[in-house]
Design a protein around this ligand. Structure first.
Ligand code: SF4
Length: 309
């Protein structure tokens, strides 16, 4: 399993986008192999939302600031004021923060983004982040963490993986979900990273999703964890399910990608990274896929789905 000191790059390292789209700590300019200076600590989103009612004005101000700051970024959008937002979402989010305050869900300690080796050079760390994300789809965090530990024990760089035969790689990552396909994708992606990116990973969502076996959720998490850039909301099955149960999407959405677009339409950008970790852990512990624990959920009276489950 991952050691506690390894858990720091993600939460401390991710910052909302700044004018220069700064890198997070533990990562350097692409291809430089150098550490970037840690970004100054800002006030957290949670700190900024203790009171619920001057919020309309607060949120407008935040949105303006973030939209301006993001003008040279991944999406390049201008100032955007949503035409719709879900009723009670701020109270529901505050309740989820309270329920998640112990940070004791599997994702908090074993999530794929926590399983890189902090002692290796930045570009190798970034590769390990991407690899752990590739392993994590359809796989429990504990299983991903175990596979990453076995891979790291042998050395986990692009070159190491390309030198490993498929059968050995399969043995090392088993029993992650779809391990046979993942062997193929990891090899193909590693070859591209070696040829095209000098063993590093690309620093844009478009280039990341072009890699075999890398989907939008992985790409947005890789941008946040490996590059310190919040490029979009990473929506997995938990985020997709809970967003629909809470009616955080204007209409019912059929896929995580639809959910991502629906959430990005109204959710303030400074919450995009936080909401992934909050909802994934909430989905692991309380808002379970089957038989959610509505009796113990602080959102029971605010949740449109509580009665029907
Ligand atoms: S009340 Fe039930 S369905 Fe609604 S958010 Fe809570 S656990 Fe999930």
């Amino acid at each position: 399993m991952c050691s506690p000191q390894e858990f720091n790059m993600n939460t401390a390292g991710t910052r909302m986008v700044t004018r220069s789209w700064s890198r997070g700590p533990g990562v350097g300019p692409r291809g430089s192999g150098e550490e970037a200076a840690p970004l100054p600590r800002g006030k957290s989103a949670a700190e900024g939302r203790k009171s619920h009612h001057p919020v309309k004005r607060q949120r407008k101000a935040q949105r303006l600031k973030v939209a301006y700051e993001a003008s040279g970024g991944e999406k390049g959008e201008g100032i955007k004021v949503p035409s719709w937002e879900p009723q009670d979402w701020q109270q529901q989010l505050a309740n989820i923060r309270t329920m998640r305050s112990e940070k004791d869900a599997p994702v908090d300690q074993l999530g794929a983004e926590h399983c890189y080796d902090p002692s290796v050079p930045p570009k190798v760390r970034r590769y390990q982040v991407l690899l752990s994300l590739m392993l994590s789809s359809q796989t429990k965090d504990q299983v991903t963490a175990g596979a990453m530990q076995r891979l790291r024990a042998r050395g986990l760089t692009v070159d190491d993986i390309l030198k490993t035969d498929d059968s050995t790689l399969g043995t090392l990552i088993y029993p992650v979900g779809f391990w046979r396909s993942k062997v193929k994708y990891i090899k193909q992606t590693s070859a591209i990273l070696q040829q095209k990116y000098g063993g590093d990973i690309p620093a844009s969502v478009a280039e990341l999703v072009a890699l075999p076996g890398v989907g939008p959720k992985m790409a947005h998490l890789a941008m946040a964890v490996a590059w310190g850039t919040v490029s979009g909301i990473a929506v997995d099955t938990h985020v997709h399910r809970i967003a629909n149960r809470l009616r955080w999407t204007r209409k019912v959405t059929k896929s995580p990608e639809q959910t991502r677009a629906a959430l990005e339409d109204w959710l303030p950008r400074d919450l995009w990274h936080e909401v992934n970790g909050l909802l994934v852990g909430f989905g692991q512990q309380i808002c379970l896929p089957v038989r959610p624990r509505c009796q113990t959920c602080l959102n029971q009276t605010l949740c449109p789905s509580a009665q029907g489950l």
